[in-house]
Design a protein around this ligand. Structure first.
Ligand code: UDP
Ligand code: MG
Length: 327
């Protein structure tokens, strides 16, 4: 067991996209937790192309507190990429991604830190309850976590978001994964190392609305499944195989009944059913293959994951950009 060494640097990564009404309260809560903790901290906000005054508020905070660092992405890249930018830039011995909307209570960080001091590399936080979210979201999330667990051999913990603590060596491992299609929860688990969990109650959003509508969530689920499982492709193989067997048996049966009873040419409905059924199966299967092919296409372009338009808090980054005519 490692001895508690206070003063170690902890990086808090906060992806923000139009979170203006939450920033001040978030900063107040997180500093209330970190200041007396005895740890040094850097508070890295990744501005993911916000269209409101989130960025102004962040620069305002940085003027008061140099622990606040800002990465301003060139556009909205999505939370997974924003987190990746944070992971690439942070320097802490322990790194904690957290949402800006206070759904993940900052107070839980202290418990994470004490488990980390015990020698764990990953301390993930599992939600026992999710307050303030619609029941459809809760049910679909519940089903998703169970479904993906069945589908992939990677142990992705259920009811666990991105809120977790990771040690430096886990973060170093993660930064080596440069794929375009990033299902972070899966990647966090994929790298391995010594993991443990704590539980917490997920609170309602402090202000504003969720950025994930059901269409986005559905795509997120498809991303998770295709990034970590070939099973859908295999299902197509087995379904095709099963249907072929059935077709052979059916052909044999037709042959025999024709021999015995002759052929009175019945069967328009059964023909239509068969045509539509196989048409459906084929299209679905092609669509499924398309999901994977599209991802191969995207990966093969090897584009950078994101562009940073400004940084504050790093020696190589500029401080607040002064644009002509813009206050
Ligand atoms: N977020 C982001 N980029 C996006 C969408 C969301 O950086 O394109 C951030 C958002 O500002 C918040 C976190 O990701 O800090 C979680 O988003 P949200 O609360 O909308 O998701 P939910 O909690 O509803 O799953
Ligand atoms: Mg949220």
């Amino acid at each position: 067991m490692r001895k508690a060494v206070k003063g170690r640097l902890v990086s808090i990564l906060v992806p923000v996209y139009n979170e203006s009404p939450n920033i001040m309260e978030f900063y107040a809560r997180i500093t209330r937790v970190m200041n007396p903790s005895g740890y040094a901290c850097e508070l890295i906000f990744i501005n993911d192309g916000s269209k409101d005054d989130t960025l102004d508020k962040l620069y305002g905070l940085r003027e008061k507190d140099s622990r606040v660092k800002i990465i301003d992405l060139s556009r909205n890249f999505g939370k997974e990429i924003a987190l990746t930018a944070g992971l690439d830039h942070c320097r802490g011995e322990a790194v904690i991604p957290i949402d800006a909307d206070l759904q993940d209570p900052p107070e839980v960080i202290l418990e994470m830190l004490s488990r980390w001091e015990e020698g764990y590399d990953v301390v993930y936080a599992t939600r026992t309850r999710r307050d303030g979210e619609s029941s459809v979201k809760k049910v679909t999330a519940h089903l998703f976590y169970r479904f993906i667990k069945k589908l992939t051999p990677i142990p992705i913990p259920k009811d666990t978001g991105d809120f977790r603590l990771m040690s430096r060596r886990v973060v170093n491992a993660l930064t080596e994964l440069r794929e375009q299609h990033r299902f972070m929860k899966g990647l966090f688990s994929w790298v391995g190392f010594r993991q443990t969990s704590i539980t917490y109650r997920r609170e309602p959003r402090y202000a504003g609305k969720t950025k994930f509508n059901y269409w986005k969530l559905w795509n997120f689920a498809v991303e998770g499944i295709t990034s970590f499982s070939f099973l859908p492709l295999q299902v197509a193989t087995y379904a095709g195989f099963g249907i072929s067997l059935f077709a052979i048996a059916f052909a044999a049966w037709l042959f025999l009944t024709t021999l015995i009873h002759g052929n009175p040419v019945p069967g328009y409905p059964s023909l239509m059913v068969a045509i539509l059924f196989f048409g459906g199966v084929q299209l679905t299967t092609m669509g499924l293959i398309g999901e994977y092919v599209g991802r191969i296409y995207n990966e093969s372009k090897r584009r950078p994951l994101y562009f940073v338009q400004d940084k504050a808090g790093w020696d190589d980054g500029r401080e607040r950009p002064r644009l002509e005519g813009v206050q």
